[in-house]
Design a protein around this ligand. Structure first.
Ligand code: COA
Length: 272
C-alpha cells in the first residue's frame, strides 16, 4: 500500500478505508489530495474490496474544495485551473461508480464538496452533531463538480432548493430526515455503528452486492416492465457467476431449516 500525503488508506481484507487527512485545514480538498484520491481509489479497485469507507480525520469530514489552492490561486491561468480541478472530477466519478459498497462516515463538518462526497456514497452514517451545508451560494457560486446532481438526487425539490439558495446548515440528524444520510448516531458511537454495518456487508457476496447496486441504478431510468426484464437478465448473470450458490447453498440450507433469511445471511461458499 502506498503512503499518501493527504489521504490515509488502509485495506483490511474486504474493507478499504480512505481517510481525508488535512485536519488543520478541515480536510478541504487540495490539488494534492485530489491526485492522492485518484491513486488511492485505483488501489482500492485493484484490491476488489467489497466495502469502501470514506471519512475524515480530526473534527471534520471535509470542508469541500480548497478555495484558495483550487480556485483563487490558479484562477488567472485557465490551463492550470483545469489541470488542478480535473482529477477531482475523475475520483468523484470513480467513487460514484465504485462496484463495491461505499459508506460515508460523516464525523464532522461537511460543506460543498464534502457534502457531495457523502451524497454520492451508497450508505451514509453520520454523527448527529455533524454540520452540513451547500455553502457555495455564500461565496457567490452554485454547487458544481457534480454537487448539484448529488444533492438533487437525494433531496426533495423544496428542500434541495432551500439549502442551495440559502446556504443554511443542517445537522447529521436533519440529514437523515432530508434523505442525505441513512442514519445518525452520537459521535461517540459512530465508529461502532459503522463497524457493525461494515461487518454485515462483508458477509454478503461480492457479486450480489455489485449487481444489487447496478440494478438499482439502472431501474431508476426504466419503466416497471423494462425493469422486470433487466432484473431477470441480471439475475441469471448473477446465478451463473456464483455457480448458482443461492440455490445450491442458501436455499438448500433454508430447506433444512439451518438459517432464517429474514434475520441473517447464509454462509457463502463462492464469493466472486
Ligand atoms: N478551503 C481552504 N481553506 C479552508 C477551507 C476551504 N474550503 N475550509 C477551511 N479552511 C482553512 C481555514 O482557512 C483555516 O486556515 P488557517 O488555519 O490557515 O487560517 C483552517 O482551514 C481552519 O479553518 P477555520 O475556519 O479556522 O475552522 P473552523 O472550525 O472555525 O470552521 C468551517 C470550519 C468549515 C466552518 C470553515 O473553515 C469554513 O467555512 N470553511 C469553508 C467551507 C466551505 O464553504 N466549503 C465549500 C467549498 S466548495
Amino acid at each position: 500500500m502506498k503512503k499518501y500525503e493527504c489521504v490515509n488508506l488502509t485495506i483490511d481484507g474486504d474493507v478499504a478505508t480512505v481517510q481525508l487527512n488535512r485536519p488543520e485545514k478541515r480536510n478541504c480538498l487540495s490539488p494534492t489530495l485530489h491526485r492522492n484520491m485518484v491513486d488511492a481509489l485505483k488501489e482500492v479497485a485493484a484490491a476488489k474490496c467489497k466495502v469502501l469507507v470514506v471519512t475524515g480525520s480530526g473534527d471534520s469530514f471535509s470542508a469541500g474544495m480548497d478555495l484558495e489552492q483550487c480556485f483563487l490561486e490558479p484562477f488567472d491561468d485557465p490551463q492550470r485551473f483545469i489541470e488542478i480541478n480535473t482529477p477531482c472530477f475523475e475520483w468523484l466519478t470513480h467513487l460514484k461508480d465504485f462496484p463495491g459498497v461505499t459508506v460515508a462516515k460523516v464525523n464532522g463538518w461537511a460543506f460543498g464538496g464534502g457534502f457531495e462526497i457523502a451524497s454520492i456514497c451508497d450508505i451514509v452514517i453520520a454523527a448527529e452533531e455533524s454540520v452540513w451545508g451547500l455553502s457555495e451560494i455564500n461565496f457567490g457560486i452554485f454547487p458544481g463538480g457534480g454537487a448539484t446532481w448529488s444533492y438533487a438526487h437525494n433531496m426533495t425539490r423544496k428542500q434541495a432548493l432551500f439549502y442551495a439558495l440559502t446556504g443554511a446548515t443542517l445537522t447529521g440528524k436533519q440529514a437523515v430526515d432530508l434523505g442525505l444520510a441513512t442514519m445518525a448516531v452520537p459521535l461517540k458511537d459512530l465508529d461502532a455503528e459503522v463497524a457493525k454495518w461494515v461487518a454485515n456487508l462483508t458477509q454478503k457476496g461480492r457479486a450480489v452486492l455489485r449487481k444489487t447496486k447496478e440494478v438499482y441504478e439502472k431501474s431508476l431510468g426504466m419503466t416497471f416492465q423494462e425493469s422486470i426484464g433487466w432484473e431477470m437478465a441480471k439475475m441469471w448473470e448473477l446465478s451463473r457467476e456464483t455457480n448458482d450458490d443461492w440455490i445450491r447453498t442458501a436455499l438448500k440450507s433454508f430447506a433444512k431449516r439451518e438459517f432464517k433469511p429474514g434475520l441473517q445471511s447464509y454462509q457463502l461458499t463462492k464469493d466472486v
